[in-house]
Design a protein around this ligand. Structure first.
Ligand code: DC
Length: 212
């Protein structure tokens, strides 16, 4: 059983995907971390994330980088969004994601193009969204909550601006843009807290699985 969870940045899709994986007892892959590792590796290499050759070279990042907390920083998210526009980068990361999706027993993957490109054959496709203001608020609270040593506190307005820019880049890129698959269940969590969001999603997934 493959569950594809897509959506814009800070929509809560990561938490929902992790909890769905726990619920169904299958492994979970946050595919954004792969792009974040590439973005971080470009910076380590002293390269330019907008240059396709520099970004492709960074796809050889060491596995340990996936565990580094710096991947979760806002700045790394911005770099990830920039390297993710290059088709060669997307292709280099495809196999890894596809292999994860195909493992026996199934998997939950979250990202931007899981239902459209990586696993168009997924049993359930979800597109989790929320308003820009709400996503900025959640991201800000999260950052205040686990303020990292290397991060200064960023004002809410700046986070909102960053989210709008990130959305525009993810939606407008030519290759595998952020969009809901035609057969995805679109769930707007703006008015929900974490628990309500998960319960709504779980119910929708169970219904979809029962109707197969
Ligand atoms: O989900 P996230 O914020 O960790 O993702 C960081 C960036 O990676 C996002 O702005 C776009 C890119 N990304 C992508 O292009 N495709 C995916 N499947 C996952 C992430």
């Amino acid at each position: 059983m493959i569950i594809a969870v897509d959506g814009p940045t800070a929509s809560g899709k990561g938490t929902i995907a992790r909890r769905l994986a726990e619920h169904f007892g299958v492994p979970h892959l946050d595919t954004g971390l792969l792009y974040r590792a590439v973005g971080r590796q470009v910076a380590i290499n002293g390269g330019n994330p907008d240059d396709p050759a520099d970004a492709l070279a960074a796809c050889d990042f060491p596995d340990e980088l996936m565990q580094d907390d710096v991947l979760r920083a806002e700045e790394t998210g911005g770099l990830a969004s920039r390297v993710s526009v290059h088709p060669a980068v997307r292709e280099a990361l495809f196999k890894r994601q596809r292999a994860f999706a195909e493992q026996p027993g199934g998997a939950v993957l979250d990202g931007r193009d899981i239902g459209t490109v990586i696993a168009p054959d997924a049993d359930v496709k979800l597109f989790i969204t929320a308003s820009v203001q709400e996503r900025a608020r959640r991201r800000w609270l999260e950052m205040v909550d686990k303020k990292m040593d290397h991060e200064e506190e960023i004002p809410l307005a700046e986070i909102e601006k960053d989210i709008v820019a990130r959305d525009a880049r993810d939606i407008n890129r030519k290759d595998a843009p952020l969009k809901a698959a035609a057969d995805a269940l679109v769930i707007d969590t703006t008015a929900f807290d974490r628990e309500q969001a998960f319960e709504t999603v779980l119910e929708a997934v169970q219904e979809a699985l029962a109707a197969r």
